[in-house]
Design a protein around this ligand. Structure first.
Ligand code: R5P
Length: 304
């Protein structure tokens, strides 16, 4: 009998099952029902006493419901005396609200970190935070892992000639630099302007570097409305890129994302399964690679 358990919230059971498979365990039994008024009612159906208990939940849409479900699962587990309880968050919604963009707004990512802590989780595993500094919002240990290795493997399979990695904004330069290093490619940067009073809108792409005659690999952490990708790909084509490949860790796919991605002048789209990808929201031909091995490896390191 293993002395650890993995439970899945309802946000991404497919990924949780895949992680369990990699760890050669079954998912812990939990019943997740709702009362008639919508209140969630988790019921943990395993003996968790003295065990290390992992709970996997992505904070994707509907993020508020999933965060509350995670908190209540945490409370249910900690009342049965586990050894420790660890939150596994493949996608941490609210992570883009990591600073006070204007007076009168919250620093939401910090509030979410506090929420995890008051729910009695003693450690966190999280995949590709929007900003590394979010780790500092937690008082508990954070294992910050990356989907980069699985995305790099998928790109390598395409045998791209003369690649250049593109950061779609200045904030993503460090991530794109690491990506470029792993592909032994050059790096160029785009400058994207956002408008504080217009949600989810980006315009004015300037390219710092030369993409003429090359394959541009745009690497972003999140695809939300797909606007960044659509406008960025257009700018790269105008600057002479012969081909555009896009890869991102988190396929949030909000609003008109599918239409925007279908319109975008891109040759390949590669995303991961940190968020459940309903097939009808992804453009045809999208490659979805799994972060399960990366999460399973982080869990193995903790329980070894
Ligand atoms: C922003 O800083 C992020 O890294 C992404 O570029 C952004 O969230 C993408 O949003 P959208 O797909 O709506 O342009």
């Amino acid at each position: 009998m293993k002395d650890y358990l993995l439970f899945a919230g309802s946000s991404n059971q497919a990924l949780a099952s895949e992680v369990a498979k990699q760890l050669h365990i079954n998912l812990g039994k939990v019943e997740l029902t709702r009362f008639a008024d919508g209140e969630v009612r988790p019921w943990i159906q395993e003996d968790v006493r003295d065990k290390t208990v992992f709970v996997l939940q992505s904070f994707s849409n509907p993020m508020d419901a999933y965060i509350m479900e995670m908190a209540l699962m945490g409370d249910a587990i900690r009342r049965s005396a586990p050894k420790t309880m660890i939150a596994v968050i493949p996608y941490m919604g609210y992570s883009r609200q990591d600073k006070q963009h204007r007076i009168g707004e919250p620093i939401s990512a910090r509030v979410i970190a506090k929420f995890i802590e008051v729910s009695k989780f003693k450690e966190v595993i999280v995949v590709d935070l929007h900003n590394d500094a979010i780790v500092g919002f937690f008082q508990i240990p954070v294992t910050h892992i990356s989907a980069m290795s699985v995305l790099v493997d998928a790109i390598k399979k395409l045998c791209v000639k003369d690649p250049v990695v593109v950061s779609p904004d200045v904030g993503g330069v460090r991530r794109a630099r690491n990506f470029a290093y792993q592909l032994d490619a050059d790096l160029i940067v785009m400058e994207k302007k956002r408008f504080i009073d217009r949600h989810d809108t980006s315009e004015n792409f300037q390219i710092i570097g030369d993409v003429k005659g090359r394959t541009a690999i745009m690497n972003d952490d999140i695809i939300s409305t797909g606007g960044t990708i659509m406008h960025g790909a257009e700018a790269l084509r105008q600057a002479g890129a012969t081909s555009v490949i896009v890869c991102a860790a988190h396929a949030v796919l909000a609003g008109d994302a599918k239409e925007n991605l279908e319109k975008a002048k891109i040759d390949h789209l590669i995303v991961t399964d940190t968020i459940v990808a309903a097939d009808d929201r992804l453009p045809k031909g999208t490659t979805v690679v799994s972060v399960a091995p990366v999460i399973a490896s982080a869990i193995s390191t903790i329980i070894r």
